[in-house]
Structure formats: C-alpha cells, structure tokens
Design a protein around this ligand. Structure first.
Ligand code: COS
Length: 385
C-alpha cells in the first residue's frame, strides 16, 4: 500500500540521490576501513533512515511494507553494509518492540531508535542454535524484580554498536521447545553483558557481528517484551517474516546494481573486434538475469501488498526470500563471468558484491529453512482444507 505517491516519490528520489552521490563513491572506503564513515552515519540520521519503519508517533516515517520494499530496492544498489548500519533499527532490532512491546517500552526506546541515537540488535542465534532456533539455551531466571541471564548469542549484527539487544531466552529452563522462550530488552552496559571479538567475515565489511555474552546479567523484569513470558519465539518469528521480505527486496536492488555494471562493462569491452555484449552467449547471461530479477521484484511487491492488506504472508515472505536471494547469487555469478578476469580483481565492484551477497542466502533464515517453512505451510493448509 502506498499512502501518498508524491511523498513516496520524493523520498525515493532523495534516497536514490544519497545512494548515487554519497554511498557508491564511498564503497571502497567502507570496505577498506571496515567502518561506515561517521560523516555518512550523520547524513543517514538526518535523512531519517534509522526510523524508516518506526511508527510516526515515535518519530519514524512509519513506512508501509510496500513503501519499505520500494525503498529497499533503492538501498540495495550499493554495498549492503551501508544498509546494515540502520537495518536492525528498522527491522529485527526494533520490530519485536513495535509488534509486541508495552506502551512504556515503545515510548522509551522507539524515539531513540528512530533518530539513530541508539542502535538495536536482535539476539536469537547461539553457538548451538542456528536454524533450530527453538533449541536455544540462554536462560533468563526470574529473581525478584529481575531476570538473571546466562548464555551466549552468536553472529549478532551491529552488536558492537548496539545500545539495546532484543534477547530471546528461556524463562522456564526446565521446559524444552519454543513455549518457554521469552523476549527481553537488554541495555548495553548492564553488568554481566560483554561482547566477543568482532567476526572476520567473507564480505559486507563495515557491518559488524560478534558474540554477546551474558554472565549473571540482571535485567529489570519490566524489560520483558509485552510483559508476557513464553511468547518470545512467536515474536521472533513474526519479526523474521517481515525481515525476510525486506532482505528479498535488498536482493533485488543488489542484483539490479550488479547487472547494470555488467551490462555497461559488456558494452564497453571489445573482443574479437566487437563489444562482448554483441555475443549471444553473453546476451543469454544478461537476459536470464533480467528475467529472474523481474520475477523476484514482482514476488516481493506482491508479498508486500498482501502484508499491507492484512493477509498472513508467512509462506510468501519465505518464497520471496528464497527466490530473491538465490537469484541474487546467480546474478552475481554471471556478472563476474561477464567481467571475465576483471571480475576476479578488486578494481571492479563486482568482486566485492559477489562476496557481499553470499550472506543473503544464509541470514534471517537459510534457503533450506525457507523451503522448510513453505513446504510445512503447504502440507498444513492441505490437511486443513
Ligand atoms: N509467526 C507467528 N508464529 C509462528 C511463526 C510465525 N511466522 N512461525 C512459527 N510460529 C509459532 C508456531 O505457530 C508455534 O506455535 P504453537 O506452539 O502455539 O503451535 C511455535 O511458533 C513454534 O513453531 P514451530 O513448531 O514451527 O517451530 P520449530 O521449532 O519447528 O521451528 C523454524 C520453526 C525452523 C521455521 C524456525 O526455528 C526458524 O525460522 N529457524 C530459522 C531461524 C532464523 O531465521 N535464524 C536467523 C537468525 S536471525 S538473523
């Protein structure tokens, strides 16, 4: 749903210009320094990028899902680590509070997240619990007016920058499965909370992940999201449904950028006396990429419109994430191939994108988890019909 086409177009124009004029020229600086330059972070704040998906009453832009994916198509056109800087504030770091938080939790945290004054992280994954998220072992034992947290979270995006963490932990340590999992807001600086060393990743340099370790970390009971125990897993799954669709949209943007660069290269690069774009084998790679990209874009928009219409789009979000992230990987591979030897050296952006986009098939649920979600829903729906 687009609330006001003129306002959205103005926003898209602004973000597009920012991507083209400020982010793309700083991609090498981002990768080389492994940090988003402070001047760029300041500009992101003033453009409102930290609050894109936070409701207007808390200082954000309150984008609908369709508006959000259209923005993500644009943001995807540069190094994904730039988007990651404010991605958790709009997505997995804040949405648990937005969807299930108490009025007091929303009023306290959301304005700071919307302005970018504070960064939020989402802490679900653990050393022993990745795809099998419901097996997580971090415990939150109630003790008076506090919960006492113990456990380790792994690969937590923006943890080094985060001011708050949405932590999924087991409030009934004796119980197995998802029903004993609760979500808590834990503030940076709480005694007993420490961070591991920053992970050395294959790509997306400038976006940081690390372990978050809890050792007898006392968190006020009022930080239990929604004030209800045992619903944290469902909160996490709802957050991921939305996050997966957002990532699918970013994949579309990244594929568009890679394909645009590859097309330009193919039109300039001459072999056998003519631009390689004239060769049908190169044209096949261009055409297959364009076709898959178009399909992914349509899927993302359809799923977003369904969500805005109030439909359950759990299956469609997983379909979109699965197809768009796999498509993005295939496009990256073909674009390296079109560049030939030039695609294997870091003078061209495609070498970096090839590594950066590999993560899309892994985080916020691997391709195999998306397949599992889709097939399970198909079987459940058929059994109930
Ligand atoms: N929205 C709301 N509720 C949901 C839901 C969703 N999308 N998905 C599951 N639930 C609910 C179920 O209805 C069930 O509730 P009841 O116990 O009341 O019936 C509960 O959550 C448990 O669901 P389920 O039995 O399907 O859980 P599983 O342990 O089988 O796990 C998968 C489901 C595998 C889909 C889940 O663990 C998953 O998504 N794993 C990947 C995690 C991930 O993406 N990690 C990335 C790290 S974060 S960047």
């Amino acid at each position: 749903m687009i609330r006001d086409p003129e306002i959205l177009d103005a926003l898209l124009d602004n973000i597009s210009r920012f991507v083209r004029e400020r982010l793309v020229p700083n991609e090498n600086r981002l990768a080389e320094t492994d940090a988003v330059p402070p001047d760029i972070v300041a500009e992101m704040k003033s453009l409102g990028l930290f609050g894109l998906c936070i409701p207007e009453e808390y200082g954000g832009l309150g984008l609908t899902m369709e508006e959000e994916v259209r923005v993500a198509f644009v943001l995807g056109q540069t190094s994904p680590a730039f988007r990651s800087m404010f991605g958790t504030n709009n997505g997995i770091g804040s949405q648990g509070i937005i969807m299930d938080g108490t009025p007091a939790q929303k009023a306290h945290y959301l304005p700071k997240l919307a302005s970018g004054e504070m960064v939020a992280s989402f802490a679900l994954t653990e050393p022993g619990a990745g795809s099998d998220a419901a097996s997580l072992a971090t415990s939150a034992r109630r003790d008076g007016d506090c919960y006492v947290l113990n456990g380790t979270k792994r690969y937590i995006t923006n943890a080094p920058e985060a001011g708050i963490f949405t932590v999924m932990a087991r409030t009934d340590p004796a119980a197995k499965g998802s029903a004993a999992i609760s979500a808590l807001i834990v503030e940076r600086g709480t005694p007993g909370l420490s961070l591991g060393r920053i992970d050395r990743k294959m790509g997306q340099h400038g976006a940081h992940t690390c372990d978050v370790i809890f050792e007898d970390c006392r968190v006020p009971a009022e930080n239990l999201i929604g004030g209800v125990e045992g619903v944290g897993f469902k909160t996490a799954m709802k957050v991921l449904d939305k996050g997966r669709l957002h990532i699918a949209a970013v994949c579309v943007g990244a594929a568009e950028r890679m394909l645009r660069d590859a097309l330009r290269y193919a039109m300039d690069r001459k072999q056998f006396g003519q631009p390689i774009a004239e060769f049908q084998l190169v044209q096949a790679m261009l055409a297959d990429s364009k076709t898959e990209l178009y399909a992914a874009r349509c899927m993302v928009l359809d799923a977003a419109q369904r969500r805005d219409a109030g439909e359950n789009m759990n299956t469609e979000a997983s379909c979109a994430k699965l197809f768009a992230s796999e498509m993005c990987g295939r496009v990256a591979d073909r674009c390296v191939q079109i560049h030939g030897g030039a695609g294997y050296v870091s003078d061209y952006a495609i070498e970096r994108f090839y590594r950066d986009v590999r993560l899309f098939r892994i985080y916020e649920g691997t391709s195999q988890i998306q397949q599992l979600v889709i097939a399970r829903n198909m079987i459940r729906d058929a059994a109930n019909s």
